[in-house]
Design a protein around this ligand. Structure first.
Ligand code: GTP
Ligand code: MG
Length: 582
């Protein structure tokens, strides 16, 4: 089987992703997810490794005892172990009869010497940050206790104060075939270890845990294994216990009893088994890593596909809701206007006039007569009617805006709830997807890496939906200008003050009534309704346009549908590129 070719085929499939192809155009969602982008960069690392040796990479937090363990393996003090001499570079050990060391530098000024000299140089520069920035990795050949085919890589501890080191180590993880994770027995309960193990497990790397420094804790080693297995077991292939310090001392003194007691012999035997089967272990790890990357790719694409469905549904629901409220809000305004014109307009003026006439008594007063006539004239002047309508308009406008704001904030809240329900559902769905995806892959991934870990909290399309669901404040102009010239004024020659008071009152009442029942409903009401109908239509259009613009960019429904089809095709293609473990 030519794995280079097979991996290359997978890489091409990943690169042809419809999402990656459109990445540079105007798309309505973010895909700036580091893990998503890393898939394309990670497969070539695996391709490069097909012809390389089995890499056993030692990882763990600072001062866990990684280098001490390597020294026991190498059988001499080769990897610097001291408080002041923390491992600051990646150091690769491999079997050779002749001991040799090389410091590979980015600046291409590599140094070759005896391992002892090489470690002296590293130690002399331990405080020199700039020096280590230029060190790509260090290579040491030695006897390595008979581990003839594998390379053992000592790394700077994770979570060091030196971020540069941590980044170098993380970059190196993709080059690992088997991870030996050294845990410090004193801090077995620490939570951040779990997060780091997930990161590695989701890359498809088999992980062997070594609980080190068991000489420092009172607990029985079996209890420690039980504890670690309960907490971290799903990410781990095997768990060993060790006192690297005792192992190292035992190796130096050839004390077989102490060596066995330290836990070292079991670990060494396990490594010898892996070494004997190095090619197969190596290829299976590459296949598992490759499949893990393809699963990540599938997971991302399915997530995008499903959130596009949600986007479309949200958009449809949104338009339906706006259309529904468009009717109800307009209806409320109509009813308010009708009621106002029929029962309320000029009501207090009417009451004032009536009170005044009632006060007139029996004697006609030409002064009062004049006053009432002029009052009526000014009440029914176009100017005054305009003022009344203007006042009412200010009120209706604010009611209108308030109603729309209530509606949009309810829609906004509902969209947010739907999005978060969708996220929850997605996460639980994908746990199942993962479980089946890894059936043929590494056992630990079947149980381990969750979809949450793969997606890393990024939900591509949903951010756009949430952003779109914050609506602009609705502002409606005042419709006074359009009313000019349509308000019928009135003259009052007809008022007859010589008549009975009751008759006069009736006449005044019927004047107001005529206005409320005929004149205004015929002239002003249709105009106001027309105005609010069109204002309401504009508000709806603005809301729909603003939502669609933010949530969908310039994409049409057809654009989304064709993307979804292409994503489905892509997912099928990626699945078909997954490989069987040998
Ligand atoms: N008691 C005890 N001490 C240990 C054991 N293993 C390592 N140590 C001590 O722990 C300290 C750190 O050990 P290292 O091997 O340098 O640890 P490391 O993980 O390589 O550290 P970094 O390279 O800085 O990440 C040293 O002082 C060791 O002597 C052990 O099994 N028991
Ligand atoms: Mg070290």
């Amino acid at each position: 089987m030519n794995y280079e070719n097979l991996f290359n085929q997978g890489l091409q499939a990943v690169k042809d992703s419809p999402i990656r192809v459109i990445q540079r155009q105007n798309i309505p969602f973010e895909i700036n997810n580091e893990n998503f982008n890393n898939i394309v960069e990670s497969i070539p690392i695996l391709i490069n490794r097909v012809e390389k040796s089995l890499n056993v990479v030692i990882l763990g937090e600072v001062k866990a005892g990684k280098s001490t363990f390597v020294n026991a393996l190498v059988g001499g003090e080769l990897s610097p172990v001291d408080i002041s001499e923390a491992t600051a570079a990646i150091i690769e050990f491999y079997y050779a009869k002749k001991e040799r060391g090389t410091i590979h530098k980015y600046s291409k000024t590599s140094i070759e010497d005896t391992p002892k000299k090489i470690f002296q140089i590293l130690s002399d520069n331990i405080k020199n940050k700039k020096y280590y920035q230029d060190v790509e990795f260090v290579e040491i050949s030695s006897q390595l206790l008979g581990l003839k085919k594998m390379h053992i890589v000592d790394t700077p501890g994770l979570a060091t104060t030196n971020e540069q080191n941590e980044n170098k180590t993380i970059d190196f993880i993709q080059k690992a075939d088997v991870v030996l994770w050294i845990l410090n027995a004193n801090y077995l309960g620490q939570l951040d270890v779990q997060q780091k193990l997930i990161e590695i497990a989701k890359l498809g790397k088999p992980i062997i845990a070594i609980i080190n420094k068991i000489d420092q804790v009172g607990s029985n080693p079996d209890r420690l294994v039980q504890f670690a297995s309960k907490k971290l077991g799903i990410y781990l292939d095997r768990i060993f216990t060790l006192s690297a310090q005792n192992a190292y001392n035992a190796v130096m003194k050839s004390d077989l009893e102490l060596l066995t007691k330290s836990g070292f012999v079991d670990i060494k035997n396990h490594l010898l088994e892996l070494d004997a089967d190095a090619r197969k272990v190596h290829l299976n790890s590459l296949i598992s890593s490759f499949n893990a990357l393809l699963t990540m790719d599938v997971t991302y694409h399915k997530s995008i596909e499903e959130s596009i469905s949600l986007l479309q549904k949200t958009n449809r629901d949104f338009i339906n809701k706006i259309e529904y409220h468009k009717e109800t809000i307009l209806d409320t305004i109509y009813r308010d206007l009708e009621h106002w014109i029929e029962h309320e307009i000029l009501k207090s003026e009417e009451n004032n006039i009536i009170t005044e006439i009632n006060k007139m008594g029996l004697i006609n007063s030409s002064k009062l007569e004049k006053k009432i006539k002029s009052d009526m004239e000014s009440i029914f002047s176009t100017e005054n009617l305009k003022k009344e309508i203007h006042k009412k308009n200010i009120f209706i406008k604010s009611e209108f805006e308030k109603n729309w704001r209530t509606v949009t904030s309810a829609i906004e809240a509902e969209i947010k709830i739907n999005v978060s329900k969708f996220k929850d559902k997605e996460y639980s769905n994908y746990n199942n997807v993962l479980a089946s995806t890894f059936e043929s892959g590494s056992e630990l991934l079947k149980k381990g890496a969750s979809r949450g870990a793969i997606l890393g909290g990024s939900i591509f399309v949903l951010n756009a939906i949430i952003a779109a669901a914050s609506f602009p404040v609705i502002i409606v102009g005042l419709p006074i200008a359009i009313l000019s010239g349509i308000i019928p004024g009135m003259t009052f020659k007809s008022l007859d003050f010589k008549k009975q008071k009751n008759n006069l009152l009736n006449e005044i009442r019927s004047t107001f009534k005529d206005y409320r029942n005929n004149k205004l409903p015929d002239s002003v009401l249709p105009k106001l309704k027309e105005y609010y109908t069109s204002a309401n239509k504009n508000v709806c259009e603005d809301l729909i346009n603003s939502f669609t613009a933010k949530a969908c960019s310039s994409w049409t429904l057809e654009d989304f549908e064709s993307l979804q089809k292409n994503i489905s095709k892509h997912v099928t293609r990626i699945e078909s590129n997954k490989l069987e473990i040998i």
